[in-house]
Design a protein around this ligand. Structure first.
Ligand code: URP
Ligand code: ZN
Ligand code: ZN
Length: 472
């Protein structure tokens, strides 16, 4: 089965080139000069990409399908969440398997495999959350690295749930130094935050906006600084997840300037949404924007700094931290007290669009869009060049993106299992046109030209990952 994507502009981290892409079965087999060799090529399917960009499928390295949290479960299953991802041009996710206090890592991981297997529309891998860094968990870490689960998330936040103290963090980092794994850090000083949140609630300050007010950006900066010091002592790399604040970015940038293996991602919510207008929306609407770290104030320069960080590579990756909860019966658990609102925002469908909007706005180049959303995620998490590359031999995960179409974002049109959209009303000056996942068209067009989903649950395969390619 041969597919030719013709007349498009191929975008890679190296730049833009007018090339045709030839796919055979699940793989890319050639990039061809359009006016030359590809005229003689026969193909079963020809996708005309005239006037469109051809980019590697998006890789979202931070999702939480079906995550148990705050007495409920994230509302997207692996089936609904990966289908929504495909609609948005994402063809690989790396989700987080979760170990909590008192649980065995292996049993937890097995249960995540069971949730995902046979249900995913696109390819998927796992990181492991270590919520209880015991002797057993540390041993298991070494085994997991050999099995393709090469990254481990630790939490400096959520005492009593996922929290690790500095000693536990140091020990996990020492193991990463030995086994080549990558420590992913949720950097917020959870012990201090719990005190501030308790004091606010005691004063009757229970609205959603207090979720943000009680988690100062300084405490993300402090935790980021501390984690970097621990990583230096342990001799391990560290990767900061969902970085939201200028203070944290400063720490990452300073460490990178020293030549340390310190990396970070940010997420669209920290680039587009803010504390006052969203978390502070009237009534209980702000609950839809409760996530941790929280949305930051628009009166400082967080948004601008994060866009700059993406441009200058102090921020390497954009992920979504897709962790959706419906307003009804889920976010509503915190009607009386913001501390009971399940933390998380859904956005797996919108990442490619929202970061492309950064290209339109002049924040990023096309090459950097592809680099932060696909190529670097693949390299950072041991998937390159199978994923994230438009090269012969790579998986044919390809997005045809139309810069002349538009994408209105709304709960009325999205495909995530959520009863609201955090990005309601934003209109993207571009649109995902066609999506191939390992050579199969999963988002195509019907006879009227309307986009349609052509994949199915179970199309997605599990990805056994290698070590990060950014480490020596
Ligand atoms: O609010 C968030 N981010 N929820 C998901 C869990 C996490 O910390 O990533
Ligand atoms: Zn986190
Ligand atoms: Zn997360």
């Amino acid at each position: 089965m041969r597919t030719l994507i013709s007349n498009g502009t191929v975008i890679t981290p190296q730049g833009s080139h007018d090339l045709d892409v030839l796919v055979e079965d699940e793989k890319i087999v050639a990039l061809l000069q359009p006016a030359g060799t590809s005229e003689n090529i026969t193909a079963d399917t020809i996708i005309d990409a005239t006037g469109k960009y051809v980019v590697p499928g998006g890789i979202d390295v931070h999702t939480h399908m079906e995550l148990p949290f705050g007495g409920t479960f994230a509302s997207d299953t692996f089936e609904t969440g990966t289908r929504a991802a495909a609609w948005g041009g994402t063809t690989t996710i790396i989700d987080f398997a979760v170990q909590r206090a008192g649980e065995e890592v292996r049993a937890c991981l097995d249960s995540w495999f069971a949730k995902a297997e046979g249900n995913c529309a696109i390819d998927y891998g796992f990181h492991m959350i270590l919520g209880d860094v015991t002797e057993g968990a540390l041993k298991e870490m070494d085994t997991l690295v050999g099995e393709g689960i090469t990254s481990f998330k630790l939490f400096m936040a959520y005492p009593g749930v996922f929290y690790s103290d500095d000693g536990q963090i140091l020990r996990a980092m020492q193991h990463a130094h030995e086994n080549g794994g990558l420590i992913m850090m949720h950097a917020e000083n959870g012990i201090a935050i719990d005190v501030i949140a308790e004091q606010a609630a005691a004063r009757g300050q229970t609205d959603p906006v207090y979720h943000g007010i009680t988690r100062p950006s300084r405490l993300e900066g402090e935790a980021t600084h501390r984690a970097i010091q621990l990583a230096i002592v342990a001799g391990s790399p560290v990767y900061f997840v969902h970085l939201s604040a200028s203070e944290a970015l400063e720490q990452v940038a300073a460490a990178r300037n020293e030549g340390l293996n310190v990396f970070a991602e940010t997420c669209p919510q920290y680039l587009y949404l803010n504390l006052e207008d969203h978390l502070g929306a009237p009534g209980f609407a702000g609950a839809g924007y409760v996530c941790s770290p929280p949305l930051r104030t628009k009166h400082q320069h967080h948004h601008g700094d994060l866009w700059r960080g993406l441009r200058t590579n102090d921020l390497s990756i954009v992920s979504t931290d897709h962790c959706p909860f419906c307003m009804k019966e889920q976010k509503e658990l915190g009607l009386e007290d913001f501390r009971a609102i399940p933390n998380g925002i859904g956005g797996v469908e919108h990442r490619m669009d929202l970061i492309y909007q950064g290209v339109v706005a002049g924040e990023l180049s096309l090459a950097r869009w592809v680099e932060t959303c696909s190529a670097t995620p693949a390299r950072m998490f041991g998937l390159w060049p199978q994923k994230g590359a438009l090269l012969p031999g790579a998986d044919a995960d390809i997005v045809v993106y139309d810069p002349n179409a538009t994408t209105p974002i709304s709960v009325e049109t999205h495909h995530m299992n959520m009863d609201y959209s955090a990005y309601e009303g934003i209109e993207i000056a571009g649109a995902v046109d066609t999506v191939l996942s390992r050579g199969k068209i999963v988002i195509g067009k019907d006879a009227t030209g309307k986009r349609e989903y052509l994949g199915k649950a179970g199309d997605g395969h599990y990805l056994r990952r290698g070590l990060s390619q950014y480490l020596l």
